[in-house]
Design a protein around this ligand. Structure first.
Ligand code: ATP
Length: 318
């Protein structure tokens, strides 16, 4: 295999750039030519790609976002678009593809492999919610960003003796809320994977107040409900004065942490090597701390959030 392409798709995540860098550099090291596809599957359908040299990925290892840019491309669900993408790839002499993205992007990738085009996935999303891997590139950076933001809010919280509700990303997966909640010592962490009771949240705040705590932090994943809803019920039921912060998109940006750069570099190089070895499908993941190659099979189970961390956090915030 002499020519391969790389694209980033779905929501951007810190660490996508180091992954692109690793793919380009490893590919060239292995004697290949690497093409960068602009704007995810949209660019793939349009044949919008360019040859990348060693210098084209210089100075990106520390940058958030993706130099190839990302897009959602609903029409790629249709066979016609998939066939057009394949026609363009073959016309350009490209023999393999690496897709960096989330579950949705891997469904697109699986359509290409189904039609005989070798495609390897690299999990890149801050949510840590992809089937078949216990880690996705961007998660560590996002958690660190949230922790840094809450540490700042905490300074104000203790000066004003208030309850702060912080809403973080995570529609279906509570990983960001759980990790950041534990790391900032939140009184309560509300995640989609565990039921919550507002009376329990109030009791934990009360308990803290009685032993002289001057502030309370509640971290809620957006998939549970909005921070505002929690704040309203705390005020209505217990008369607590609360302030709400919605961290929003700042969680997706920022310079990737050393951990994300390391994992992205390893996965990028591994994806190139797998294509060279003749692998035709599947994703690189991490299982029990080790890099693995797993199928795109949609029946793969999501690794799921580690509920023991949830119970640990609860036992440490009493
Ligand atoms: P994130 O986790 O950040 O949302 P994602 O990869 O899951 O990332 P999606 O918007 O679900 O993001 O998917 C990205 C793109 O993948 C879509 O815009 C579409 O181009 C392609 N895609 C998604 N599902 C399919 C599918 N069933 N068949 C073909 N292509 C798909």
């Amino acid at each position: 295999m002499k020519k391969i392409a790389v694209l980033t798709s779905g929501g951007d995540a810190p660490g996508m750039n180091p992954a692109i860098r690793a793919i380009v550099r490893r590919g060239i090291f292995q004697g290949m030519e690497i093409f960068g596809v602009r704007l995810g599957f949209e660019g793939l359908v349009r044949g919008d790609y360019f040859s990348m040299d060693l210098g084209s990925v210089g100075d990106i290892i520390h940058r958030g976002g993706t130099m190839l840019r990302s897009a959602r491309c609903p029409q790629f669900r249709e066979e016609e678009s998939q066939q057009e993408a394949l026609r363009q790839l073959r016309a350009a002499g490209i023999e393999g593809l690496i897709v960096i993205g989330g579950d949705g992007s891997f469904q697109g990738a699986a359509q290409l492999t189904k039609r005989g085009f070798p495609t390897i996935g690299i999990p890149g999303t801050i949510d840590n919610d992809i089937r078949g891997t216990e880690y996705t590139i961007g998660f560590d950076t996002a958690v660190n960003t949230v922790v840094e933001a809450i540490d700042k809010i905490r300074d104000t919280a203790s000066s004003h003796e208030r309850t702060y509700v912080i809403e973080v990303m995570g529609r279906d997966a509570g990983d960001i809320a759980l990790w950041s909640g534990l790391c900032v010592g939140a009184e309560s962490i509300l995640i989609p994977e565990a039921p919550y009771d507002v009376e329990d949240v109030i009791a934990r705040i009360d308990h803290g107040n009685r032993r002289g705590k001057r502030h309370s932090i509640i971290v809620v994943a957006e998939g549970v409900c909005s921070g505002m809803e929690i704040a309203k019920s705390l005020e209505a039921r217990a008369g607590l004065e609360t302030r709400v912060t919605v961290l929003g998109h700042l969680q997706r940006g920022g310079s990737p942490t050393a951990y994300d750069r390391m994992i992205a570099s390893k996965m990028g190089a591994q994806a190139v090597d797998l294509l060279l070895e003749g692998e035709k499908e599947g994703m690189i993941g991490i299982q029990s701390g080790k890099l693995v190659h797993v199928s795109f099979d949609p029946t793969n189970k999501r690794q799921g959030l580690d509920l023991s961390v949830y119970h640990l956090a609860r036992s440490l915030s009493i």
